[in-house]
Design a binder for this molecule. Sequence first.
Ligand code: HEM
Length: 364
Amino acid sequence: MNTPLRYASSMEIAEEDDVETTAGLIETMQKITAITTRDYGRGVRSVHAKCHGLLIGKMTVIDGLPPHLAQGLFARAGAYDVVLRISTIPGDILDDNVSTPRGMAVKVIGVDGERLAGSAGDVTQDFVMVNGPAFLKSNAKDFLGSAKLLAATTDKGKGLKKAFSTIARGTEKLLESVGGQSGTLIAMGGQAETNVLGETYYSQAPVLYGDYVCKIGLFPVSPSLTALTKAPVDLKDKPDGLRGAVIDHFAAHAGEWELRVQLCTDLETMPIEDASVVWPEETSPYVAVARIMVAPQSAWNSTRQAALDEGLSFSPWHGIAAHRPLGSIMRVRKAVYETMAAERMKTNGKPGGEPVSLASLGVD
Ligand code: HEM
């Protein structure tokens, strides 16, 4: 691997219209929740509304990491409680036959260190990821256009999304067979109907890694999970079949993932401000820094739903200063997640806020 670049403030270039774009994104997300709150009679996330599993596990930082990897949360060996929330992208709760990209949010509890702005006094570090190595759009301004389109299809677009999903999946299979994958088609419903537990999840946008800069990924490593990579799930007449598959798996089996980081070694090919670029793994491979173990458990029940799905929010801005999110997409996420999570908590009469321990969540 090439030498990792040390972070310098010149790597980040704030856009003049960040404030306006952030306001536009918040307004767009609020349009989505206005419709879904009316439809469901409760507040759900404006994106990643549908949850397919709520898991509790342990994260162990790998002992003896070399200095460039022993950074931030990973500076010392240690074990932490973690909560995992698995989701799919849309803001409406759709039949799983509308197959869209998947999200994985990880909350590490009990973390020390100087906190990020807006996260003071908390002890959590979140990693919020999707099953693709790069974001759909380069920057926040470009993304605002797609977000508006998504908002316009909320509710009334259900039939449309379902029909498109079927077509897009067919096209995606065709593309894959000739060796290509289309991010746009996948995002709009062309995601293959595979088990969410076999996926690899990525931060897509970069974060500070102590003295360095990285993207983060969660890779399934235990045979129990890798057997599910690209494994089809039967969704016929099963609108919640993806969640069913997660429940069935953890009723009997454990799962182990590696949290890996990809350090930035070259700003040309690994830009900070353009989240749509896949950083080349040939020059900088993802390297393991921690393991997440999940024992057999009830991956979904009403207690977990109330405490972890409705009661929690996840954001890349919940964390320590050593892992400050970087670049255009990451900057605007701060205010958008804060505002939308606060509104959701208020709608549902939940206190919100970050857990101080796993025990404080009242789940087992
Ligand atoms: C400008 C870009 C983005 C915007 C405006 C945005 C907005 C949001 C909002 C408003 C929520 C719901 C917050 C809540 O109610 O608690 C959310 C959740 C989520 N986002 Fe983003 N997002 C963006 C980019 C990304 C990226 C780059 C990823 C990952 C690679 C991502 C992954 C997720 C996931 C997994 C969740 C669900 C978290 C959970 O389980 O609670 N988002 N996003």
